[in-house]
Design a protein around this ligand. Structure first.
Ligand SMILES: [Cu+2]
Length: 138
């Protein structure tokens, strides 16, 4: 009688460990697939540690921070940092409403297609030191 009572919790623990270890494998596989798709498309990256003042070790917070594109060719940004960031048109404290990625999760991408030639400044709503510019040519 006492042996049965002791065996049941052990069996339950073994089953739980089995289920949890399968879940972890599935999550890891999903993550790898997502990263590979994103890497083919991104033109501008937000580097690791961009959330640190002055972007930590990087000379630029968006790499490259100055990017030249052609009319109607979409520009794509990718967040390679482990923190949230945004790609928002205008300058810190003065958004101009043209585009806004909202908070980008790690490895998330954002695309925007410009309709007119010119210079377009953008920034991160979360980190005042993060800023970039897009030049759109014909
Ligand atoms: Cu940021």
């Amino acid at each position: 009688m006492n042996k049965k009572i002791a065996i049941i919790p052990i069996v339950v623990i073994i089953v739980i460990i089995g289920v949890v270890s399968q879940m972890n494998i599935e999550e890891t596989e999903t993550e790898i697939v997502e990263i590979q798709i994103v890497e083919e498309e991104a033109l501008i990256t937000i580097p690791v540690k961009a959330a640190r003042p002055a972007c930590g070790p990087h000379p630029e917070c968006y790499i490259p921070s100055y990017y030249v594109t052609k009319l109607s060719e979409p520009v794509t940004w990718k967040n390679e940092d482990s923190a949230f960031h945004s790609v928002t048109s205008g300058s810190y404290g003065d958004p101009n409403g043209m585009f806004d990625s909202g908070h980008l999760d790690p490895y998330e991408i954002f695309s925007y297609k410009f309709d007119g030639i010119g210079m377009y400044p953008y920034y991160c709503t979360l980190h005042p030191w993060m800023a970039g510019q897009i030049k759109v040519e014909r």
